[in-house]
Write a protein that binds this ligand. Structure first.
Ligand code: SF4
Length: 221
């Protein structure tokens, strides 16, 4: 089986197991800037703490101009549960300022319709915005083809052999974006994360109950 066939077989098996085929309704935002800031908050923390921080931010400062008026110090207090609050608050204020300078408002809705490569480069140049944040924003909030790669997807890719052991998340993301059809990127992303959380743990993976064990280099070696 070639590499594309193996990736397709893995996505098929995970889809049968976890059933995420289409866009989960909770993942997108009417204003994509919300999704971008949420992903900035998600760095180096878990989903629960990220969501708590975002929820408190929104309840204390309902609009993005409110956040800018409040300033970095008050924002830092509001997002403390997400960790690295000082750094993240400073980045968020800078991002909001740059978005306002470039778009004339605290919104990136006008981005829709731009060339995806331009969007990718623009977002990547914002402070604290890495490849995964860009891919999440494109995929979830703009519905543009992207395959965000987190620690779970990196681990499964390395172990299964669909990427070399030294491949970085950004390389794996680019490879998956080349190989996986657009309609399968979101479901594939969500299913791989689900599998990393449920079965392919970083310590003691449960290979005996893994639905992709027959495709996995680590299990077969
Ligand atoms: S067989 Fe084991 S190492 Fe391979 S993907 Fe499944 S749980 Fe992970």
């Amino acid at each position: 089986m070639d590499s594309t066939g193996k990736i397709t077989a893995i996505l098929d098996a995970l889809e049968t197991q976890y059933h995420n085929e289409a866009r989960p309704p909770e993942l997108g935002h009417p204003e994509p800037l919300d999704g971008l800031i949420l992903t900035v908050l998600s760095q180096n923390t878990n989903d629960i703490n990220r969501d708590r921080a975002f929820s408190r931010l929104k309840s204390e400062f309902p609009t993005w101009p409110d956040v800018v008026s409040a300033g970095a110090s008050r924002l830092e207090d509001a997002i403390r549960t997400a960790g690295l609050a000082h750094t993240k608050a400073a980045r968020i204020i800078t991002i909001l300022g740059r978005i306002h300078d470039d778009f004339g408002e605290y919104s990136i809705l006008k981005f829709s319709g731009h060339d995806p490569e331009y969007m990718r480069k623009y977002l990547r140049a914002l402070p604290g915005v890495g490849a995964k944040t860009v891919a999440c924003t494109l995929l979830f909030d703009f519905g543009i083809k992207a395959f965000p790669v987190d620690t779970h997807i990196t681990r499964i890719s390395h172990r299964s052999g669909i990427s070399p052991l030294n491949a970085k998340p950004e390389d794996i993301s680019a490879m998956l974006e080349r190989v996986v059809p657009e309609a399968r990127c979101l479901g594939g992303h969500v299913n791989m994360i689900a599998h990393g959380r449920a079965v392919c743990h970083s310590q003691k993976p449960e290979c005996s109950s893994c639905v992709i064990a027959g495709l996995c280099d680590k299990n077969l070696s």
